[in-house]
Design a protein around this ligand. Structure first.
Ligand code: SF4
Length: 362
């Protein structure tokens, strides 16, 4: 039987995720702001594991220096050439470390970096030489991964456990958390048994108090991001066959993750977070649908579908939605097609908010 809805219940995980992002942007860390700027993004990670919310705690000067490289992310190939570019002109194959993949891809990255103005390139005696424009800053101090579960009941805790154990074993993020909606009482101790002790638990209050309230139910441990990590490939039953105590005898499979891979992956994730922020959700939704609205809530405008009469998820608000109807042409008159109708206006609004709230980009 589904659990009874609690006062202030968040009507979807997606809505809760937006609340957590908005709260984190204003208030991280939970014990009180330490003045470090943060960048918040959602739905990012590795090919195998995607986190709901990511908080980058940044060095203020480093973040300001990152701004000089533009708002777009530097992907792994661009990071390779930009971070290792020499101060003085040098042949790119001598100046850059062996990438471990064919040099022609490095040369493509050199061209892309030069076209974006983040690297200098010239040709001498038939050789492509490179020189850095400026040093790439050390701007990310901590990577915090948050898994959102507004209703942390026993089933949700059992499902969350293996995901968090994977995060703890790999130690790609400095901290991992589970965020849940405040139920007016403390988190049941029995639920904590399924969650690794290294993971923190945050309770966030929705409803009248807006997104301004959150409290720490369990403090996380700082993970060893600079040491080798363990990638759990297969862990039958998460170590328990029934989730209640008996051990599954099947063998687990692990893989080693070396610190260099982790360092590169953290930076790639940070770059993607810097580019996307968390308000980019509208990019994958249908604000051009006549039923799409953005309804204000404290610090976060949440998508609302007037056809369904609820806050729709990003997954259902897609081109495949059977109730999708394009916004009528009349809505687009005036400045259309140069500026578009309400759908385009919503995208512009979120892009402005994203830009305003991304520290170091003003
Ligand atoms: S009808 Fe479908 S596409 Fe249109 S706003 Fe609602 S969920 Fe989105």
């Amino acid at each position: 039987m589904p659990a009874a809805r609690r006062p202030g219940h968040v009507d979807s995980e997606f809505g809760f995720e937006l609340q957590v992002c908005a709260w984190a942007e204003r208030h991280w860390p939970p014990e009180g702001s330490d003045g470090r700027p943060v960048v918040v993004a959602r739905q990012l990670g590795t090919g195998r594991r995607r986190w709901d919310t990511i908080v980058l705690v940044c060095d203020p000067e480093g973040l300001a220096a990152r701004r000089a490289f533009g708002r777009r992310r530097l992907d792994s190939d661009l990071l390779h050439v930009v971070r290792h570019a020499p101060v003085e002109w040098a042949w790119y194959r001598e100046a850059l470390p062996d990438p471990g993949y064919p040099w022609r891809y490095v040369r493509e990255a050199v061209n892309r970096a030069a076209d974006r103005g983040v690297l200098e390139r010239r040709k001498r005696s038939g050789r492509v030489e490179v020189r850095r424009v400026r040093p790439y800053p050390d701007w990310v101090e901590r990577v915090v991964a948050i898994e959102n579960k507004p209703d942390l009941d026993a089933a949700a805790a059992r499902a969350l456990g293996p995901q968090l154990r994977h995060d703890v074993a790999l130690a790609l993020a400095d901290e991992v958390w589970a965020a849940t909606a405040e139920a007016g009482e403390r988190v049941e101790p029995a639920l904590l048994e399924d969650i690794p002790v290294e993971a923190g638990i945050l309770t966030v209050s929705p409803g009248e108090r807006g997104t301004d309230a959150a409290s720490v139910a369990w403090r996380p441990r700082t993970l060893a991001v600079e040491e080798p990590g363990t990638r759990i490939l297969e862990n039958p039953g998460g170590g328990r066959s029934d989730g209640r105590g008996s051990h599954d005898p099947s063998a687990a499979r692990f893989e080693y993750a070396d610190p260099d891979w982790k360092a590169c992956k953290r930076l790639e994730i940070a770059e993607r977070a810097y580019e996307r922020g968390w308000r980019s959700y509208v990019d994958s939704m249908r604000p051009d649908c006549r039923y799409f609205e953005l309804r204000p809530a404290p610090d976060v405008a949440r998508p609302y579908c007037t056809a369904k009469g609820c806050h729709q998820t990003a997954g259902e608000c897609a081109g495949s939605c059977p109730e999708f109807e394009p916004e009528p042409p009349a809505w687009r008159q005036g400045r259309w097609p140069v500026e578009g109708g309400p759908g385009a206006g919503i995208k512009r609004l979120l892009a402005r908010q994203r830009s305003r709230r991304r520290p170091g980009t003003q």
